[in-house]
Design a protein. Structure first.
Length: 199
């Protein structure tokens, strides 16, 4: 074998990460599949370490890959892609944990509110009016967002897999769609000057 021949890698040699990222930037789906194959377990393990609920963990994984898709042109050190993905996955998990505030106004969208005997009659009237207003505002949302909120924010929320099938939303799109729906609902509540914290 000549020296010139030895300079070239065999045809079946694995592509470098830099090469794969460049191919992804050119729209090569096979290169994306290879990156996911190489680093998928790392991303999943990083997310799993946060012990999120299944739906939130799925969102974190999907958002990590979305961040990579959005930033392939900004990766300065391709050889450190594993560290970049792990850091991004951790940030997505922390973001989800920070956003995981209870939404008291939404929990009772479908079932009737049970009266608390310790609360005075004036508060019962205010609570009933707030729930009625909230239901009306939810009914004004686009149909898909209505359906999503009604399935997720009940006493017996459905699994993301079931919600995805029923609402016709990919499982990875449920989290972002839910966030948009809550943001729209919060804006409408502010217009009504109810000031409920549903963020």
């Amino acid at each position: 074998m000549t020296t010139a021949t030895m300079r070239y890698a065999p045809a079946d040699a694995p592509d470098s990460v830099a090469c794969l990222l460049e191919r992804i930037r050119r729209g090569d789906a096979a290169a994306w599949d290879e990156i996911v194959r190489r680093y998928g377990k790392l991303v999943a393990t990083t997310v799993r370490s946060f012990r999120l609920q299944e739906a939130d963990a799925l969102d974190a994984v999907q958002m990590t890959w979305l961040r990579l898709a959005e930033n392939t042109h900004r990766i300065q050190f391709p050889e450190r892609l594993g560290g970049w993905l792990a850091t991004t996955a951790r940030r997505e998990c922390l973001h989800i944990l920070r956003q995981a505030k209870p939404a008291p106004g939404l929990v009772d969208i479908t079932p009737d509110t049970v009266a608390d005997p310790a609360v005075g009659p004036e508060q019962h009237v205010i609570d009933a009016d707030t729930v009625q207003t909230l239901r009306r505002l939810v009914a004004e949302l686009p149909p898909r967002r209505q359906m999503l909120l009604r399935m997720l924010f009940t006493d017996h929320p459905r699994s993301y897999a079931e919600v995805a099938r029923t609402a016709g939303i990919p499982p990875g799109g449920i989290g972002p769609t839910r966030a948009r729906a809550l943001r729209q609902l919060r804006d409408r509540l502010c217009e009504q000057e109810l000031g409920l914290d549903i963020a």
